[in-house]
Design a protein around this ligand. Structure first.
Ligand code: PEP
Ligand code: MN
Length: 337
């Protein structure tokens, strides 16, 4: 539910309504716009039956949010959310490219890749320290040491880092070493993990589940935001379809559809969506053309020897060429890189 106050409503009018909501067990989020103050109500609104908030002094209108997701909805917040990731704005005018290896390997390799992607214009470093591998015999990641290597690469390059969490018990390491906590596709509906990362204000990159609908995706984001964390970014990374020629099917339609339904930034991962390095650049360009706020791209200095996802990783020179092309596409749609 959205409560809009009259332009001349006083602070006491707003406090009065917020107090009443609190006494009913409902949470409220006050947004002070240029002309109006708007209060979003979160919780089971059935407790409001017989309590017409529209009669409270200063209240102009009370409108229910019809979508099953509330805080993530465009109705709740009209303007785009801009998330501050260690000084980099995600969701603003500039398209933000996050790039780096699938898995963090040796320190020198990580720092080397970080330097090269920074030189090409990436503004956030990606790297997996904890890897959710399909086979238990595949490389599982360096764990805590990997997060420390990423933090060292951040120190060398100034790039904030994004890395995936698998276990809620590790959240302390992520709060210390990462700038964005990634929730991977396989954990999109790990509700306890969503609630855990929702309890902090550390930015979260939530990836769409392998077979998740837009509704399920947005409700997972709602889990995080309903716990208080406002810094959520959504990531379309391809969904599982009948097509087996490439790893997943990139759902480009999700980009404008999500931008309509939610104020949260939409990031696209063409690497996991395609699983093939030669398909990454065309899909990255298509994503920017379709309105993506950012990209997540795997880059490795030596893809042939990468411990994870070498087949979809771009070599630094190819990544550099892609960044030049992306700048042109971004400008064509009124944005910048
Ligand atoms: C990743 O980004 O490293 C990853 C494992 O992606 P996804 O969760 O989308 O499969
Ligand atoms: Mn990968």
């Amino acid at each position: 539910m959205i409560i809009v106050f009259k332009p001349d409503a006083s602070e006491q009018d707003i406090e009065h309504v917020v107090d009443r909501l609190r006494s009913l067990g409902l949470k409220s989020q006050v947004t002070k716009g240029e002309e109006r103050i708007v209060v979003g109500v979160i919780g089971d609104e059935r407790v409001l039956q017989g309590q017409p908030l529209s009669v409270f002094p200063g209240v102009e209108s009370v409108t229910p949010i019809l979508a099953p997701w509330k805080i993530v909805s465009r109705e709740f917040q009209k303007q785009d959310s801009v998330i501050d990731v260690g000084g980099v704005s995600v969701g603003g005018d500039r398209v933000v490219v996050m790039a780096g290896p699938c898995a963090v390997e040796k320190l020198e390799i990580t720092v080397g890749i970080a330097k090269s992607v920074a030189q090409s214009g990436a503004r956030i470093l990606r790297g997996g320290a904890y890897k959710p591998r399909t086979s238990p015999y595949s490389f599982q990641g360096l764990g805590q040491e990997g997060l420390e290597f990423l933090a060292a690469a951040r120190k060398e390059t100034g790039l904030p880092v994004v890395s995936e969490i698998l276990d809620a018990r590790d959240v302390g390491y992520f709060l210390e070493h990462a700038d964005v906590i990634q929730i991977g596709a396989r954990n999109m509906q790990n509700f306890e993990l969503l609630k855990e990362v929702g309890a902090y204000d550390k930015p979260v990159l939530l990836k769409r589940g392998l077979s998740a609908t837009i509704k399920e995706f947005l409700l997972s984001a709602e889990y995080i935001m309903s716990r208080g964390n406002r810094n959520v970014m959504l990531c379309e990374r391809g969904i599982r379809t009948f097509e087996s020629q490439y790893r997943n099917t990139l759902d480009l339609t999700a980009i404008p559809a999500l931008k309509e339904l939610t104020h949260l930034p939409v990031i696209v991962d063409p690497s996991h969506a395609t699983g093939k390095w030669n398909l990454v650049a065309p899909m990255a360009k298509a994503a920017v053309a379709a309105g993506a706020d950012g990209l997540l791209i795997e880059v490795h200095s030596n893809p042939e020897c990468a411990l994870c996802d070498g087949e979809e990783s771009l070599k630094p020179s190819r990544f550099h060429d892609l960044m030049c092309d992306l700048q042109k596409v971004a400008r064509a749609v009124g944005r910048d890189l």
